[in-house]
Design a protein around this ligand. Structure first.
Ligand SMILES: [Zn+2]
Length: 111
């Protein structure tokens, strides 16, 4: 399987481009429907990096990300490398299901 044979992050458009480059005829709607199904089944995870950009992650275990808004690249952060010392009080009658941190990065000015 093209998508799941290694840990990776990708957008629907990147997947579409990869499939078309390899000669497959596939519609954008098929890509979106399939990714949505995979995500509901827990085979991949959606990572909403910003309101206009949904990325998909083949690693489904909880982890954090660096997101480079300039290049669009998403990079994993090992959960052991990020420690949260305090969470805010949760709303009544709720429990924390997961905490996912996205650290937005950009190239440093002046190199
Ligand atoms: Zn990831």
């Amino acid at each position: 399987m093209l998508v799941l044979d290694r840990a990776c992050h990708f957008s629907a458009d990147q997947l579409l481009a990869t499939l078309r480059q390899s000669g497959q005829r596939v519609s954008r709607a098929t890509i979106y429907n399939t990714l949505s199904l995979f995500s509901r089944r827990g085979l991949i995870r959606e990572v909403a990096v910003d309101p206009e950009r949904l990325m998909y992650d083949s690693t489904t275990a909880p982890h954090h990300h660096f997101y480079n808004a300039e290049t669009g690249e998403l990079t994993d952060i090992d959960p052991a490398d990020l420690r949260l010392s305090r969470l805010p009080p949760l709303p009544r009658a709720t429990e924390a299901e997961s905490v996912e941190v996205i650290i937005r990065i950009r190239p440093r000015k002046g190199g």
